[in-house]
Design a protein around this ligand. Structure first.
Ligand SMILES: [Zn+2]
Length: 290
């Protein structure tokens, strides 16, 4: 049952919270246009919808935040027996992250969560794919992971893990916002950019704009569940847009000695902006890298 065109976002006439008695009804409504798979998507376009139905034990559900597990690597009894890779539908959902495409979320009664419906399926609106990584799980295999955050919903994540290596910036602030994001501390990001003179720490690249020099602040260990990285200088790199995207999507790794993997480059650092080796290790681990 192939999907010949993609249909992203809300479906006209269907409100979040609407119940469906079966996969067939979801299909007919245009909410999730396949009867079997958990992800509807094409790797060159993105994913339009996902269903949480209890098929993957690694899924974590916090309501407005979902840690979703990719597709594949299971045997017929739904036991994980192989690594998941960023191909096919998993690559499609990764594209939602890189291109900023929201994904429809459906919860089924088979999904073990306080947020799942008691019977059938419930369409729960669209979520943003805020981050993507790969993770070794206790069952011994790597799975593709996605942090889904409800688009424009209420936000109930409370501050936590805001202790140990918090520097002068203080803990990451998480509060209700209309866009349902972790509120990043702009002061810290701006400070990091200024210290590095808006030059990319990997390539020394400099982006000139009508509004002055432009650089991006890249968190090494991501903010928010399940990573809970701190919003502090030592966890931020000043990067050009290209290297930011590459770092964010598992294409760029920094070694403990600050060399850039696979190149003869070394991260350019400033005294006032030391980088946490521990967070660099965390970032490599996120992608199953040594
Ligand atoms: Zn660069």
């Amino acid at each position: 049952m192939g999907v010949n065109y993609m249909s992203f976002g809300q479906v006209e006439g269907i409100e979040p919270g609407q119940q469906f008695e079966s996969r067939q009804k979801l299909y007919e409504a245009g909410i999730h246009r396949t009867l079997q798979a958990g992800i509807v998507g094409r790797q060159d376009h993105g994913a339009e919808s996902v269903v949480l139905s209890g098929g993957y034990q690694d899924d974590e559900d916090y309501g407005d935040v979902i840690i979703y597990t990719g597709d594949g690597g299971q045997d017929t009894s739904r036991k994980q027996v192989a690594d998941q890779e960023f191909t096919g539908k998993n690559l499609a959902l990764m594209k939602n992250h890189s291109d900023g495409i929201p994904v429809r979320v459906v919860r089924g009664s088979g999904h073990q969560s306080e947020y799942s419906p008691t019977t059938g399926y419930r369409y729960d609106g669209v979520y943003d794919v805020e981050s993507v990584w790969q993770e070794h799980r206790p069952h011994g295999f790597k799975v593709c992971r996605y942090r889904l955050v409800k688009h424009g919903g209420s936000f109930d994540e409370l501050p936590e893990h805001a202790s140990d290596d918090v520097d002068e910036a203080g803990p990451t602030v998480r509060r209700k916002t209309s866009v349902n994001r972790i509120v990043r501390n702009r002061d810290v990001a701006d400070k990091v950019k200024a210290i590095n003179n808006f030059r990319c720490q990997v390539c020394e690249g400099f982006v000139e704009t009508a509004g002055g020099p432009y650089a991006e602040a890249a968190h090494i260990r991501p903010l928010g569940r399940p990573h809970d990285g701190p919003d502090v200088k030592s966890n931020i790199l000043c990067l050009c847009p290209n290297h930011h995207k590459s770092f964010d999507m598992g294409g760029l790794f920094i070694e403990d000695d600050l060399t850039v993997r696979g190149t003869s480059l070394t991260l350019i650092t400033q005294k006032a902006h030391p980088i946490s080796i521990e967070h660099l290790r965390y970032h490599r681990t996120m992608w199953g890298q040594p």
